[in-house]
Design a protein around this ligand. Structure first.
Ligand SMILES: NC(=O)C1=CN([C@@H]2O[C@H](COP(=O)(O)OP(=O)(O)OC[C@H]3O[C@@H](n4cnc5c(N)ncnc54)[C@H](OP(=O)(O)O)[C@@H]3O)[C@@H](O)[C@H]2O)[C@@H](O)CC1
Ligand SMILES: Nc1ncnc2c1ncn2[C@@H]1O[C@H](COP(=O)(O)OP(=O)(O)O)[C@@H](O)[C@H]1O
Length: 328
């Protein structure tokens, strides 16, 4: 039984989640909390071409509920993160697959993967670039563009992560792999994966899985959630959040101001943080979408052309606080 059960739509239908219902999901941090009890969020993000997505997603995770953020990323993103947010622990991209992820209280409680990994469209170009680079001398492992986002790499992330996993950006191309879908199907309850496609990524997933890509957003989100056994957060002017059981929750609190590069990376990190704190995947998706929408509205207040993703990122803590005040 969860708080959202009160408004759960019947299989195949949808409902709008009012901000009041989302506010009920905001956890109160206990007075005796410590950084590990609040949860470790690990992010395997960024690439040579998109270090910024690693910075935005990791900083977003650090601004919400979890107590400890570890970013596995490329050298440029590590340098940027050290400068912008020294409280985030940074490690080499390649070491994600090598390190023994801590057991006990220090174990990751959520993993975010794929923000800033090139999509299949972008990857075709990068692969050509890689072949050219290889002809001139092999690039360092951590900078190899295609390695991190291959279906095999995403499958390894799923196999190694006994915790909720959120897949975004280039990691979403792995939905086309039967092996990856088999691993996702084994995940239930707390470890159910969350995926965060925008409409373009959703169309690519639908094509790879032979679903009808022309469906309206609610039906498309439901079809993808059921076919991939995930909580699908389909991102557009609203966020359509569907469960593998076939219900869709709509967060319609956003603003055109969020239509700006990088705001999706902020959303991924924010939801990852809530998952790492221990909030169940559906609830984390709904609450994260509401906090993100509220941060977008706050950041856009009085601006003719809206804020940047960095502005939205900066408003996340206050946006979460607004939800708490709404209930008290
Ligand atoms: N600073 C950084 O490091 C940043 C890094 N980023 C990272 O870049 C990576 C690639 O992600 P991406 O979204 O930029 O490109 P991609 O996956 O190829 O899809 C784009 C194509 O999809 C289509 N499309 C249709 N509807 C759409 C919609 N509603 N919203 C968006 N697109 C829509 C449209 O095609 P069209 O329909 O026009 O043919 C469009 O050409 C990813 O890992 C991300 O994390 C970004 O976050 C930015 C900041
Ligand atoms: N017109 C809009 N109204 C409300 N929210 C929007 C609008 N356009 C985009 N968004 C939100 O902005 C975010 C964009 O995510 P995404 O396309 O993945 O961006 P990026 O990959 O550049 O980070 C999503 O959360 C989406 O719901």
């Amino acid at each position: 039984m969860t708080l959202l059960d009160d408004i759960r739509p019947a299989r195949g239908s949808s409902c709008v989640v009012p901000p009041e219902a989302a506010a009920d999901l905001v956890p109160r941090i206990p007075a005796d909390a410590h950084k590990y009890s609040r949860g470790v969020c690990e992010l395997y993000v960024g690439s040579k071409d998109y270090p910024g997505a690693a910075v935005l997603s990791s900083c977003a995770a650090n601004k919400l509920a979890c107590g400890y953020v570890i970013a596995y990323t490329t050298s440029r993103a590590r340098a940027a993160l050290r400068a912008q947010s020294p409280s985030i622990v940074v490690r080499d991209h390649a070491s994600f697959a090598e390190v023994r992820h801590e057991d006990g209280p220090r174990r990751p409680r959520a993993v975010v993967v794929g923000c800033g990994f090139p999509s299949s469209t972008a990857r075709d170009g990068l692969l050509r670039e890689l072949s050219r680079a290889c002809a001139q001398g092999v690039p360092s492992v951590s900078e190899r563009p295609a390695a991190a986002c291959s279906p095999e790499s995403i499958a390894r992330v799923l196999e190694r992560s006994d915790c909720p996993v959120l897949l975004d950006g280039g990691a979403l191309d792995a939905m086309g792999s039967g092996d990856v879908r088999a691993l996702l199907e084994k995940r239930t309850g707390r470890t159910t994966a969350v995926i965060t496609p925008h409409l373009g990524e959703a169309a690519r997933i639908a094509q790879a899985m032979r679903l009808d890509g022309d469906l309206a957003p609610v039906a498309l989100s439901q079809a993808i959630a059921e076919a991939t056994s995930t909580i699908c957060m389909l991102k557009g002017s609203d966020v359509w959040i569907s469960t593998p059981e076939g219900s869709t929750y709509i967060v319609d609190a956003g603003t055109w101001a969020l239509a700006k590069a990088g705001t999706g990376d902020v959303l991924a990190g924010a939801v990852g943080s809530l998952l790492a704190y221990g909030i169940m995947p559906l609830e984390a998706a709904v609450l994260g979408a509401h906090i993100h929408a509220c941060a977008g509205r706050m950041a856009g207040e009085g601006l003719a052309f809206g804020p940047t993703a960095e502005d939205v990122l900066d408003r996340l803590p206050q946006a979460a606080g607004r939800f708490m005040r709404r209930t008290s």
